[in-house]
Design a protein around this ligand. Structure first.
Ligand code: FES
Length: 112
């Protein structure tokens, strides 16, 4: 199955975190991406605690200090680069990573 363009690297760089809704013939996915220290990280937008989206405000996933990803539902904190929960009710669990690719300024997700 081909990759699907989801957005622009320049937009992600500027925003730091962005969420994306991806529709295929068989499913809908809600993911988010993070631009941190020159790298792109992406995760399914589903907390391992209650399987709810992490954010209430559009595109906002970072805690105040921008050191962790934060689930606003019950305050779980996740590492930026691995998505490991280091604080909160899902301690020891992790976010499901998503693989993104860039071609020039375009961001793609591999649909499997
Ligand atoms: S749903 Fe994320 S901490 Fe509870």
């Amino acid at each position: 199955m081909p990759n699907q363009r989801i957005g622009s690297l320049a937009e992600l760089r500027k925003a730091k975190t962005l969420e994306y809704f991806i529709k295929t013939e068989s499913a809908e996915r809600h993911i988010f991406a993070l631009f941190h220290a020159g790298q792109i990280y992406a995760y399914e937008n589903q907390c391992p605690h209650n399987q709810m989206p992490l954010n209430w405000n559009e595109h906002q996933f970072l805690d105040h200090g921008e050191e962790y990803l934060q689930c606003v539902n019950h305050g779980a904190l996740f590492t930026l680069t691995e998505g490991h929960c280091v604080y909160g009710p899902c301690l020891g669990e992790k976010l499901e990573a998503v693989s993104l690719e860039t071609v020039g300024d375009d961001l793609f997700i591999r649909l499997v």
